[in-house]
Write a protein that binds this ligand. Structure first.
Ligand code: SF4
Length: 460
């Protein structure tokens, strides 16, 4: 997407897998479509059947742009894994599109990854020095080489190789590894990225980065993959192994705040419910007198509802988002933008004119989007704009697969709340406290490194 269009934070990818149904690739297509918000740059599906081997289709663009019926028909077999990608690591070239497919003497396998391996370059150097040849610049390929290289007994079941390999990785991951008759679903021991398992009505299994994809394919939620766990899915059903005894629950706080779809449940908490509660707590911490509450669509609407409910100030649709902007959309030129052509968000003057507005947003990263939205509301006639942010100030970079851009660009890393308020042109500004963020999901732990600089893993 062009610069004008970008939200300041980017989701980092989504994975989806299907086991044990005819035309597994078609279900994977629907699953990936439900995960499209996690990555719009490219996508792919690899399918496999016990006799015919592996088939793969991948390409740049949205799921609906990359796949059609003819392409799906080439993906045969009763098991498949898929991936939607936003580039956080490695380049955006076709060779970096997942799932990756590897040919090996011990059997071919495919792999899809969501997250970021923080010791990838160290491991890569080590592997290259031992003769590994990498096909892509993606950190995810490191796991595949480890699975192939580090196996001590080539005749041992594949899972031992996967366990050894996962123990060498540091960082965040939800991995799907597919062999000709099995899918392995693995989650990092810190629990940074979500991964859930569902059962299909009529038999078969699905694995997904988010539970919102289960409804679409007719699956019932079974359970989350636990931190440090590998779930093996094959004809015998589900089997669990732990690759690590160290287990924490540092789920990425931004999954709840912004990335995940509101209809997903993450580790037992519905995302909309979490956001609504954060809005309620935000009102308790930072009340303000105003006429209407307006949320920035889509991710801030739940928090805005919570703020409105707690304050008794009516919730109004003061901003509208145009959702039908694909990757190939022609961006307005600078000249047209100056003339007021706005494609993504519009303010509704008949609603905000003459009103004191509480504007709820999920986060402020660089501050440019907030400044533009505050300006837009004022142009539409708002007499006051009080900004309330449903997460703490974003001050530190993320090393776990979220594109936070350059640390120098993080406005709260350079300025205190008062200066940020001036910079974005608001009448007042307040952020949710880290304590209330935890309380929103009734959680003891969350990764909040981008807010407090406390990183749950080693950094290399
Ligand atoms: S640093 Fe922030 S964005 Fe990154 S995993 Fe932690 S909470 Fe999520």
């Amino acid at each position: 997407m062009g610069k004008f269009m970008t939200k300041e934070l980017h989701e980092e990818c989504g994975v989806f897998g299907v086991f044990g149904v005819p035309n597994a690739a078609t279900l994977t297509y629907y699953g990936l479509h439900a995960l499209q918000h996690r990555g719009q740059e490219g996508c792919g599906i690899v399918s496999s059947d016990p006799v015919g081997g592996f088939d793969r289709v991948r390409g740049q663009g949205l799921v609906t742009e990359v796949f059609n019926e003819a392409k799906l028909a080439t993906l045969k077999g009763s098991q498949a894994i898929g991936h939607v990608r936003y580039t956080t690591c490695g380049g955006s070239g076709e060779e970096n599109l997942q799932p990756f497919l590897f040919h090996h003497a011990t059997g071919d396998f495919a792999m899809a990854h969501n997250g970021n391996i923080v010791n990838a370059s160290l491991l890569r150097k080590h592997l290259e020095s031992k003769g590994s040849l990498f096909h892509s610049t993606s950190d995810s390929e490191v796991l595949a080489h480890l699975i192939k290289k580090e196996v001590r007994d080539p005749k041992a079941p594949r899972i031992y190789a996967i366990i050894e390999a996962l123990n060498m990785l540091e960082g965040s991951f939800a991995f799907l590894v597919m062999t000709q008759n099995r899918i392995y679903a693995c989650r990092d021991k810190y629990g940074l990225r979500p991964l859930s398992i569902g059962k299909l009505d009529g038999g078969g299994w699905v694995v997904s980065s988010e539970t919102c994809a289960f409804e679409v394919v007719g699956a019932q939620f079974v359970r989350d993959v636990a931190p440090g766990e590998i779930v093996t899915i094959d004809d015998e059903g589900l089997r669990s192994s732990d690759y690590s005894q160290f287990k924490r629950h540092f789920m990425c706080g931004m999954e709840y705040v912004y990335f995940a779809r509101p209809d997903s449940d993450i580790e037992g908490t519905n995302v909309h419910t979490f956001r609504k509660e954060s809005g309620r707590l935000l009102y308790r911490e930072a009340p303000v007198e105003a006429d209407i509450v307006v949320g920035v669509p889509d991710s801030s609407l739940s928090a805005a509802m919570g703020y409105a409910e707690a304050s008794g100030i009516p919730y109004e649709m003061g901003l509208i988002k145009n959702k039908y902007i694909g990757r190939t959309f022609i961006q307005p030129s600078q000249e047209l933008r100056e003339k007021g052509v706005r494609m993504k968000l519009s303010s509704v003057s008949s609603i905000v004119s003459g009103k004191r507005v509480v504007l709820i947003d999920d986060s402020i990263v660089r501050g440019t989007t907030s400044k533009r939205i505050v300006g837009m509301l004022r142009e539409a006639g708002a007499v006051e704009v009080h900004v309330r942010i449903a997460s703490p100030p974003f001050k530190y970079p993320c090393f776990y697969g979220v594109d936070t851009s350059n640390v120098e660009e993080l406005i709260s890393a350079k300025m205190d709340v008062e200066d940020v308020c001036k910079q974005i042109g608001a009448d007042s500004l307040a952020f949710l406290s880290p304590e209330s963020l935890l309380k929103s999901g009734n959680r003891q732990e969350l990764c909040m490194a981008c807010f407090n600089g406390v990183y749950p893993t080693e950094l290399y």
